[in-house]
Design a protein around this ligand. Sequence first.
Ligand SMILES: Cc1cc2nc3c(=O)[nH]c(=O)nc-3n(C[C@H](O)[C@H](O)[C@H](O)COP(=O)(O)O)c2cc1C
Length: 233
Amino acid sequence: MTAVITDIDQVLTTTRAVRRRMDFTRPVQRTVVEECLRLAQQAPMGSNLEDWRIVAVDDPELKRQLGRLYTEVWHQTVEGPLATGEAATTTRLSPDVRPDQVSKDRQERVLRAVKHLVDHLEEVPVLVVLCSTKPIPERPVGGAASGYYGSIFPFAWSFQLALRSRGLGSVMATALAHKARRVQEVLALPEDWRPVTLLPVAYTQGLDFRPAARAELSEVAFWNGATEPAGTA
Ligand SMILES: Cc1cc2nc3c(=O)[nH]c(=O)nc-3n(C[C@H](O)[C@H](O)[C@H](O)COP(=O)(O)O)c2cc1C
């Protein structure tokens, strides 16, 4: 399949997390998924090991089961804490969300979109589960942890970019990893294929995605240390 968006900068700036604008009615051929996976195989990974395993799911019953797991995650991590008062507001669910109104509004909007995807996951034409076969890092920070996650997300992002260039959309639905073991059971995966993220795949309704609002470069990037802001060159 030929790309529909060929400008690399446009692809880089308009590949959004797609949830609401997935077209559940338009089938996705295996060939286009495989084409994008092949492109993503060119992504960098630690130690040149290719210790990723990808499981693409288009079987309706398996998608239904994954959808049920995702719903459980939603209840446990969002609806439950809100109902019990453990989290008084949706923003309290993510303590790292900045307290300003713009960030809070954005978080509320994202959560509503996440709920939409939760409710419709089994209708998404293809669910791609990205697994790592690397040994689990003993510490959550440091070289091993960076290598673990750093060896899988470049693949995920390249895959998303390739999809976008072909008129499809996706989202890094990492929340499914809360149920990594159950995902392994549903898909009958070997013990050492550990699910890191789910990538639901569908054609998008329209192609007119825009660059997102982001901080000024000078707020987040610096030259030669932490005191000389970038963005003035
Ligand atoms: C590491 C990582 C984890 C994420 N986990 C989830 C997730 O579990 N569910 C979800 O719907 N989106 C998830 N996202 C997508 C983000 O919510 C999204 O990228 C962010 O809101 C910015 O939106 P944009 O990508 O459209 O600019 C994740 C993204 C990253 C990079």
